[in-house]
Design a protein around this ligand. Structure first.
Ligand SMILES: *Cc1c(COP(=O)(O)O)cnc(C)c1O
Length: 396
């Protein structure tokens, strides 16, 4: 067979994506002040970010970042195991572990890295990883990197998870799930998953990127909402790019598990430790998450307002009671058209298309932030209702 030229292949793939309304150009945010953004010279209200608690530009968080960077500089200078682990990193790990009620926390440069690290260092050939089909991509990629068996069960189907665990009873087993699903906003059935993991001697691993900070007492997320503890969920990861308003991820677990991950996970060992100033900023975020429960209360009230008004306007919503509110549209072209019309009306809501969501389930993933006002939510719903009416509805 003749050699394939990469340039020919990527051009063909691009043409294929273009034919399916699946191109994904980036848009440049020219300025951002809370949920007000400027794109292409136009002011838009942002309804698709993950800054749920409005902490990414909070004065305390910014000040902590500035002070720590004036003191420590910008880069950490090395991997954590060499000489990149600073007192700021250690303090964040200590304070976070105490908050979440785990023996220990381990800081990563991103959630993606953390998930690759956990699965690659704890599982290998002969082991089993059972996952919800709607899990975040990096959990799937971590299992592939580990070289273990990967079984994916239908969304939120705990019985199917149990059957998959029972089908392979030798080797180590880990059941991994998002706590709050990133594209649907619904919660994993954590109590059922904890019980069946225990019965199968499998470890339960929860990725709470969209639950931590947003739900639960002191913002402890979906594990706390399910009234579970470190013994039920031996591994928990909290990416900090969402409600924390920063960057990085905290992995929670026992000394034994986290010690093993820290010393053997290639994505941890061979990656530069995050900036100490980011750790300082995330300590400030953590203080606000714990100390200002009004942020969660306001988010919940905006969420109920959005649902009430949108459902009354006949907009097809997913069954979600978190700040992630999917508006199901079906095909890519329709999602793009509704998104474009919203933009003409002053709202930024990106169209989410396959492969990020299943085929035929393109949607607008509306997200709410504590920085939104009631009036902005009402305005969005009105614009959405008009835009959706212009395109005949589909069965979601
Ligand atoms: C965003 C996200 C990640 C990745 O975290 P980053 O810090 O952005 O790399 C992992 N898991 C889930 C569920 C996420 O939503």
């Amino acid at each position: 067979m003749p050699r394939t030229r990469l340039i020919d292949r990527v051009q063909a793939a691009r043409a294929e994506r273009a034919a399916h309304d699946a191109l994904r150009p980036r848009r440049t945010i020219e300025a951002r002040d809370g949920v007000q953004v400027r794109v292409g010279g136009r002011a838009l209200v942002n309804f698709c970010g993950n800054d749920y608690l409005g902490l990414s530009q909070h004065l305390d968080v910014v000040a902590a970042f500035q002070e720590a960077s004036a003191h420590h500089g910008v880069g950490s200078g090395a991997s954590a195991l060499v000489c990149g682990f600073s007192a700021e990193h250690a303090a964040l790990e200590r304070e976070a572990a105490e908050w979440m009620g785990y023996p220990r926390a381990l800081l990563f440069g991103s959630g993606y890295l953390a998930n690759l690290a956990v699965l690659q260092s704890l599982l290998g050939p002969g082991d089993l990883c059972v996952q919800d089909k709607r899990n975040h991509a990096c959990l799937i990629d971590g299992a592939r990197l580990a070289g273990c068996e990967l079984s994916r069960y239908p969304h939120r189907d705990a019985e199917a998870a149990l059957r998959q665990l029972m089908a392979q009873a030798d080797g180590a087993a880990l059941l991994a799930t998002d706590g709050v699903f990133s594209m649907d906003g619904d919660l994993a059935p954590l109590r059922d998953l904890a019980m069946l993991s225990r019965s199968q001697e499998a470890s339960l691993y929860v990725d709470d990127a969209h639950g931590a900070g947003v739900i639960g007492p002191e913002g402890r997320g979906s594990v706390a909402v399910a009234n579970l503890s470190a013994s039920d969920v031996p591994l928990l990861v909290v990416p900090m790019g969402k409600a924390f308003g920063g960057q990085g991820a905290l992995l929670f677990g026992s000394d034994a598990l986290l010690g093993h991950v820290a010393e053997t996970a290639r994505p941890y060992v061979y990656s530069t430790a995050p900036p100490p100033a980011m750790a300082a900023a995330m300590r400030a975020s953590l203080r606000l998450i714990r100390g200002e429960p009004w942020r969660r209360a306001k988010l919940a009230s905006l969420m109920m307002r959005f649902r009430r008004t949108a459902l009354r306007a006949g907009i097809a919503l997913g069954e979600s009671y978190t700040p992630i509110q999917p508006v199901l549209l079906g095909d890519n072209a329709r999602a793009l058209a509704v998104s474009a019309q919203l933009r003409d009306n002053g709202y930024l809501v990106a169209a989410i298309r396959p492969p990020t969501v299943p085929e035929g389930q393109a949607r607008l993933r509306v997200t709410l932030s504590v920085l939104h006002s009631d009036a902005q939510v009402d305005g969005l719903v009105e614009a959405l209702a008009r835009a959706c009416a212009a395109f005949e509805p589909v069965g979601a």
